[in-house]
Design a binder for this molecule. Structure first.
Ligand code: EPZ
Length: 421
């Protein structure tokens, strides 16, 4: 198992290139199931989750060709062999459930394993199921699999979501492109990855309006064609690396960064005493003084503060001047990084979905353990500022969502290395 060792205390200076968004690529890749013509994705991130999605699609008979070291993916589902997404793959990555909508739309049937819970929560699929049933799908849960069929194809419908679920919005958006008639999604998720998916589907010939707002209208068409689409910049990787100079000092420019992707996050950074400047190539970040200020954070659906940046923000606030209160409203168990940060000397008290962080002068390096993707990167960031050495184990979590993290951070001066043991 690999670990990453970080030695704190070195200010960071230079540029970090931000990759294409994992959570956009994971919904763009299944979109290939909607057409027998090829879908080419550029600016694709090189991550283990992408490899998992590739394996899943190949198990259905999709041809996936990787080029330019994985930055370009060409997918074609002209020779499908199966409509069953197997538990062995789905259990490793919840986003596998994003084949459900496209398979139902074009093949009128799908058998998709329930993803099962994960470290951060139960992560049910009731919103996906209710929405697709409103479009005429018949879905039955049997031996841990959703058995779905839509004899004669899906029909356009009004689809109110009880919660603005990202995945459910993506499944319905893809399904509606080939449904008969018009679908209106109400209380749709507004994340930039949804907007990116809609752009890609439109370039395949879909008729979609309103993406990025709470009401999305899709006019079903008979056929979708080939497209080439650039994956949008990863706003979570962006936010993560924007925090690096806040921990360690110095100034870092995140290439490809865009303010519209991280609006509410930048507002919080400003309140914490961090300058974010737009440049022609991205976003430049530097803290105003040698210690950030405490701020309160509540995670919300987009455009609110993203839950996927909560762990990273908590880690930063551990050494801020004052007391911060963080409220996690999206997932029921997303504070597992707290005990690990406490091992490094942080003063954090967790009660249900609330965490109170009392800033300390400095954290101390320690051996810590990654528990989920974003928690693991928060420990790496904490190590950048901690006194001495921090060793983060179980970093397979990290490789799911951060490409070449040690190269990117050492490229701006961090003392970081991956060790195998
Ligand atoms: C997406 O997950 C992201 N993953 C997550 O990123 C992200 O944290 C999440 O959206 C919220 O922004 C991908 O895009 C691949 P949801 P998703 O459906 O679609 C509950 C990362 O670190 N819910 O918006 O699964 C659910 O349990 C990952 O990159 C239901 O109750 O998120 C959760 O509490 C982690 N029933 C909340 O809604 C449902 O049918 C948000 O889930 C669906 C969801």
């Amino acid at each position: 198992m690999d670990s990453i060792v970080v030695t704190g205390g070195t200010p960071l200076n230079g540029q970090i290139a931000i990759a294409g968004a994992k959570n956009a690529a994971l919904t763009l890749m299944p979109a290939t199931l909607l057409s027998e013509e090829p879908l080419t994705l550029t600016n694709a991130p090189r991550l283990s989750d992408i490899a998992t999605m590739t394996a899943l699609l190949q198990s259905l008979g999709v041809e996936v060709t990787s080029m330019q070291d994985g930055k370009v993916q060409v997918l074609s589902s002209h020779a499908m062999t199966s409509t069953t997404a197997d538990y062995e793959i789905v259990r490793k990555m919840r986003a596998s459930n994003l084949v459900l909508g496209p398979l139902l739309a074009r093949h009128h049937r799908a058998v998709v394993s329930l993803p099962g819970g994960c470290a951060i929560g139960a992560r049910p699929m009731d919103i996906h199921v209710t929405a697709l049933e409103a479009m005429g799908a018949e879905i039955e849960l049997k031996d841990g699999y959703l058995h779905a069929k839509a004899p004669g194809g899906l029909k356009g419908a009004k689809v109110p979501l009880r919660f603005a679920s990202v995945g459910a919005t993506e499944n319905v958006l893809m399904a509606a492109t080939l449904a008969k008639g018009t679908t209106v999604i109400e209380n749709a998720a507004r994340e930039p990855e949804i907007v990116d998916l809609a752009k890609c589907l439109r370039s395949m010939g879909a008729q979609i309006e309103g993406e990025g707002t709470a009401t999305v209208t899709i006019q079903g068409v008979d056929h979708l064609g080939a497209a080439t689409h650039p994956v949008v910049t990863d706003r979570i990787e962006l936010g993560t690396y924007m925090l690096a100079p806040v921990f360690a000092g110095g100034e870092v420019e995140c290439l490809g960064g865009r303010l519209d992707l991280v609006g509410s996050f930048v507002e919080k950074l400003d309140a914490a005493g961090v300058d974010v400047t737009e440049t022609k190539d991205g976003l430049k970040v530097k803290r105003r003084t040698d210690r950030a200020k405490a701020v309160d954070v509540t995670t919300e659906v987009f455009p609110g503060f993203p839950t996927d940046l909560q762990a990273q923000m908590m880690a930063m606030l551990c050494t801020a001047d004052g007391t911060s209160v963080l409220e996690e409203k999206i997932f029921e168990n997303r504070f597992m990084h707290a005990p690990e940060l406490i091992r490094m000397g942080a003063d954090i008290e967790v009660q249900g979905g609330m965490a109170t962080v009392r800033g300390v002068e400095r954290l101390k390096g320690a051996p810590v353990m990654a528990t989920d993707l974003r928690a693991s990167v928060s420990l790496i960031l904490a190590g950048l500022a901690a006194e001495g050495e921090t060793k983060v184990s179980r970093i397979y979590h990290l490789d799911r969502g951060y490409e070449h993290i040690e190269e990117k951070l050492s490229g701006v001066g961090a003392k970081i290395e991956r060790i195998s043991e």
